[in-house]
Ligand binder design. Structure first.
Ligand code: NAD
Ligand code: MG
Length: 393
């Protein structure tokens, strides 16, 4: 039985994690739940799963939730702020923390969870992009498990089971290509926010949906795979596979290629992580090789001259240090501005490139510590926000 603290329980991954718990309540307990501000959703989740503690980052929303729960006669401690996330992530009664917060905000709670010896089921890729050089050595030092939830990384993890790490030659990470696959640069100039939010195969939170449209999501995932599997970014190839059936492949040194397949759903990778090293019950619709979706599985290269953030992510991953931290922070600022309707689509990419270029030399002298990672994230956001002011439509 796993005793879970779910950080970011009201989001797309958080809700699907609770779906896994709901299907097999005897296999899990829910010790704590946290969110940013969506108290309607967390209220219902608390009523159903009865955690001991919960936390809402927004203080006035936390107070409102607390009084609603009292009115309902539910006894539970309601925490707030970033401290609340850390308390939930390090709770004595929990053994596994599900990292389902979006963005850099997920890093510090996960860092504290590892420090206090929790296994980590991680969806929040920004944690590894910004802080992988600190998190992964700590995972090894503490002897805790890193259980990947991101579908591509779950696929790679499953393919690697039973293989010797030194036999891994390359990773072929698949990408749907997003809503703008096969567009030209000039077509990208005219896309709307509504187009960008319409993902062809996956239904996800707003930030990752925009990252999929710019393909920065794949850039982040290359760096995530580099940290998880200790492989150079240059040994990771992006394979655009619009049907999202093959979730990634590995090539071994003898030329064998292994793939993991399934319909696009995050429930399965969440389940694989939470039941590790066992296999859980079947809760997704059975895989049917004769399904129409299987008739035409296609593969194409990623055009990094059109989706330039993929190229930047390779460069940032190669350089390492705090460069990926800056890239991630600038991307978060720019995506927020884009979601707010303040800038156009290519403004995201411009902001990220300009911020990385500006900050690269100043960060090169800094040691890779959690404090420097947090400070660099802040500095990069300040710089990116200044740039964004100049780009407002
Ligand atoms: P989402 O926007 O749907 O949900 C984000 C959750 O984080 C919400 O519960 C929100 O309240 C919470 N949150 C935001 N800031 C917070 C903070 N400071 N403290 C506590 N909670 C906070 O996002 P999502 O799509 O579920 O994605 C979550 C993470 O998982 C992202 O890093 C994303 O890249 C990754 N991921 C998502 C999917 C997917 O299918 N949705 C797939 C793979 C990886
Ligand atoms: Mg993914």
């Amino acid at each position: 039985m796993r005793r879970l603290s779910i950080l970011g329980s009201t989001g797309s991954i958080g809700k699907q994690t609770l779906e896994v718990v709901r299907k097999a309540p005897g296999d899990f307990t829910v010790e704590s739940l946290t969110c940013g501000s969506d108290i309607d959703t967390i209220f219902d989740q608390i009523k159903e799963f009865r955690p001991k503690v919960c936390s809402v980052v927004n203080e006035s929303k936390a107070m409102e939730l607390s009084s609603r729960l009292k009115d309902e006669g539910i006894e539970i401690e309601v925490l707030t702020g970033e401290e609340g996330n850390i308390t939930c992530a390090t709770l004595g009664s929990c053994d596994t923390v599900v990292g389902a917060i979006v963005g850099f905000a997920g890093l510090v709670p996960v860092y504290h969870a590892v420090l206090s010896g929790k296994d980590i089921a991680l969806a929040n890729k920004e944690t590894l992009v910004a802080g992988g050089d600190v998190i992964m050595p700590l995972i090894r030092e503490k002897g805790v498990a890193m259980l990947p939830i991101d579908s591509e990384h779950s696929a790679i993890w499953q393919c690697l089971k039973g293989e010797k790490r030194e036999d891994l030659d390359r990773i072929l990470i698949t990408a749907s290509g997003g809503p703008f696959r096969s567009m030209t640069r000039s077509q990208l100039e005219n896309v709307t926010l509504q187009d960008a939010l319409h993902h062809p195969t996956w239904n996800m939170g707003g930030k990752i949906t925009i990252d999929s449209a710019t393909m920065m999501n794949k850039g982040l995932e290359i760096i995530e795979a580099h940290h998880l599997y200790g492989i150079d970014c240059d040994k990771i190839d992006v394979v655009v596979h619009p049907q999202s059936i093959i979730h990634s492949m590995i090539r071994l040194k003898d030329g064998s290629v292994l793939a993991q397949m399934g319909k696009p759903s995050m429930v399965l990778p969440i389940e694989v992580a939470l039941y590790y090293p066992d296999r859980g019950p079947s809760i997704v619709t059975e895989f049917d090789p004769f399904d129409a979706a299987m008739n035409n599985l296609t593969f194409e290269p990623c055009d990094t001259e059109v989706f330039r953030l993929v190229k930047l992510a390779y460069e940032a991953g190669r350089k390492g240090g705090l460069v990926p931290t800056v890239m991630n922070a600038a991307n978060e600022s720019a995506v927020m501005a884009y979601l707010a309707g303040s800038i156009n689509f290519l403004g995201i990419e411009e902001t990220v490139f300009e911020t990385v270029e500006k900050m690269e030399s100043s960060i090169s002298r800094l040691d890779l510590t959690i404090d420097n990672i947090c400070q660099t994230d802040k500095d990069a956001r300040i710089y990116a926000d200044e740039l964004l002011k100049g780009k407002i439509k």
